[in-house]
Design a protein around this ligand. Sequence first.
Ligand code: NAD
Length: 375
Amino acid sequence: MLNIGIINECSDNEKRVALVPGDITGLKKKGLTVIIESGSGIGSLISDDEFVQSGAYVVASSEEVLKTTDIVLMLQRPDEASLQHLKDGQIIVGSIYPLRFAELVKKLASAKTTTFSLELIPRITRAQSMDVLSSQSSVAGYRAAISGAYWCKRFMPMLTTAAGTVRPASVLVIGAGVAGLMAIATSRRLGASVTAYDVRKAAGDDVRSLGAKFLEFGVDAVGEGGYARELTDEEKKKESDILENAIINSDLIITTAGVPGKIAPVIIRKETLQKMKRGTVIVDVVAESGGNCELTRAGEIVDTGNVMIIGPLNPPAEVPVNASQMYSRNLVSFLSVLIDSSGNTVDPAQDDILRQCMLCTDGKITFEPLSGGEK
Ligand code: NAD
């Protein structure tokens, strides 16, 4: 029977854990053994004892986990120290971002692992329950709205009090994908007046259904897989004309715009920042992939004097308890595809989902952008 391993990823900005006790009980019933490095759950408020009660074995070091398990489940990716202990044929499941970490993919291939990167799972109906991009982006969107409300110098809701009436804060959400829609829903629940913008026309219906106003772009910039494509220079100019008025009249701006495989488009430029209202707050959810605001610095708060730009690092890890629960449920669903009913791993070549998110196997890189077409 297969052994599943979890190692401690509690780096400064990683508080999530890949499996939670409730899901381990279910895996155990299927005959799988779970081995966890001590302390892995601390950031998500899960003690070693809770893991033991759920039927997992807790061991002292990541080395013990890596040497004794067939499948290692991660939130992110193995570090240099972990690479030393990987075994031939071991399966690594994480969010590797192969284009950003191409050297690591080469090392995972040389170590003869079979590595799956969950952010590459195709967004098809069968894979919805294992869609880590959606589960974690929705946490990021929620957190961005809460963090924006915290830094905003105004109330979010409209208030009618004996001391007068307060108008609601004006929130602008740029990019109405998974994170953006959650930021809109959360800001609406807090009572703000919300406007949103996206280059995909279809996002308009989602935005309006949440009680927010949608800024029409007039061009449907949809590319491969239903995602947004990069805008042409002419379209970028049109975008900045449409957005300028909304940007300079907002109290809080939450930016989530992304194009798969590219750095985030710069949508709020320095010149626009100078025209904005004093005290405006920008929460740039895509700070780690370059940011939608020209002055965003990932992991920092930039204060221009009149605008505060927040560049969160790993925002889902700021709500670790629920982010871990959701990620863990995604992994259980992924394992149900990877492991057949007799408890053996299936051949990734036989399954669309596995094939599309596999990076390497048998010493070879299978992820096409890095393999140069060689399989
Ligand atoms: P993402 O993180 O790549 O981008 C976030 C949003 O930014 C997207 O809505 C995109 O259209 C928008 N954007 C890109 N460039 C922009 C620009 N210049 N200005 C304004 N907005 C810009 O995307 P995501 O949130 O991961 O997913 C969005 C897409 O994926 C949608 O089509 C969504 O319906 C689809 N999706 C499908 C499934 C599924 O079928 N299982 C699950 C989740 C998402």
